[in-house]
Design a protein around this ligand. Sequence first.
Ligand code: ATP
Length: 586
Amino acid sequence: MRYSLIADAYEKIEATTKRLEMTDYLVDLLKKTPKELIDKVVYLTQGKLYPDFMGIEIGVAEKLAIRAIARASGHSETEIEEDLKRTGDIGETTQNFVAKKKQVTLFQQPLTVQKVYETFEKMAKASGEGAMDLKTSLLAGLLANATPKEAKYITRTVTGKLRLGIADMTVLDALAIAYGGGKEAREFLERAYNISSDLGRVAKVLVEEGLEGIKKFKVMIGEPIRPMLAERLSSPQEILEKLGGKCVAEFKYDGERIQAHIDNEKITLFSRRLENITSQYPDAAELLKKHVKAKQAILEAECVAIDPETGEMRPFQELMHRRRKYGIQKAIEEYPVSLFMFDALYIDGKDLTVEPYPIRREFLEKTIIEGERVRIAEYIITDNPEELERFFLLAIENGCEGLICKSIGKDSIYRAGARGWLWIKYKRDYKGEMTDTVDLVIVGAFHGKGRRAGTYGALLLAAYDPETDTFKTVCKCGSGFTDEDLANLPKMLEPHRIPHKHPRVISNLEADVWFEPKKVIEVIGAEITISPIHTCAKDKIRKGAGLAIRFPRFTGNYRPDKAAEDATTEKEIIEMYRSQLKVSTE
Ligand code: ATP
């Protein structure tokens, strides 16, 4: 197949803004494509060589392209740079210079799609020393044999600027028309794409095995399944109505979605956007090796940053430290993660995407050996709006964003790649930010575990209410303490230790150790949220709930200058909560 057929089609596609015309041109091109090249042509029309999840890019910088154009055309790099400034388009500039080539290539051969694809592949694979030179000469070789029009699209492709605007769904339409017998085939093609994320493979199976092959398309380990997404509602009643009166409600953890493909010892992790992120989370891969009983599985989880000292969940932003190529070992120690498993899509030969959620969950529960760092998402099954609301508050209290409520009906299959009403998110409609520190009173403590054995894992902190002269809890704080702080805390607090809760302390939590309210420390948090557990501002904002500081952290400042009665008051906390609501919208 001549590459010129592709270039001609691109030119037409580029000239239209109408999706239907675009589809027609694509149909033409696909019909002209021999069977064995169909996958490659599909990838090429999207400016790629492979499906995205393989993470392989041709990776040619503009500078390198300029050098190659110079070599192929016999013009100087400065001339080309000047022209590029004028056109602003590396494709157009290439076309101009290939059209006015100084030397004529001997034995010029028409470019074939195979040749172009193979050369692109060599460029993508070139690495290490000499890679730049190799890429330049490979590109120059192609340009020397290309017509000006072909050259334009070749440089656009290698520099990642082939923007024909052909969406995945347009390719599926075109395939349905060209080889599926018409638009009716689209539904089956779409499912095949949604469970494989690989348009090239879908095209190949279609031309080789017909629609029957597409209908038999199977989930495959190593090919990410496009994620199922949730709709959103803002009241428990509405949610229950929409889900047929009863649902599973799960904590909506605030981390990064991970789709884990487990093939015996080999673990591959894909992000929500289906990038391969295994190298960012080698610790998560290790955890899965230990905690998954199946030999082969595709499971979904939310990967959440945790405090290395206390094991408590940390804000989502902390995971950003894991988005790096180097120093990953250090980042793993500083920003460890926990996995909260929430779906099973494939287990040992069984495609679960077609099963209703209760069955998938049963499989998930049978497959996961829970441990401190790998858990199944916290859930309830309920038909009661009040219970749903309480569970929502509990989720927030625990550092989650809210709930994902899921259908448990017969039709509750895994709808890959779709946002639908089988999953409904119930999130807070604001996200506050705590800008100021607060001074809180230490009223209790919890014993530490692991590295913190022998000292405290977290302190129970309270705000002061002058009206009732009581201390009301607002958070458990275990972060921000240095090793020295930790070693000193038991000594410092010992003189204030009492055998039971102090009468002026109001707490729903049972601390391991109680103190008389004396010591004040400075704390900063991420925000102030509604809490079903803490007693500060109880019933003042919402019936049955108080306020809590989310993600509290000791600033390092002890406040010996303050008496317990000088601590931040309940009223101040309420004001901070209200002003947060005013300034922030999501
Ligand atoms: P969008 O769906 O608009 O792209 P998003 O990616 O921020 O937004 P949301 O729709 O707000 O996500 O919520 C869905 C996300 O919630 C999932 O992609 C997943 O990462 C996360 N999540 C956390 N806990 C769960 C759970 N128990 N079940 C399903 N998803 C969960």
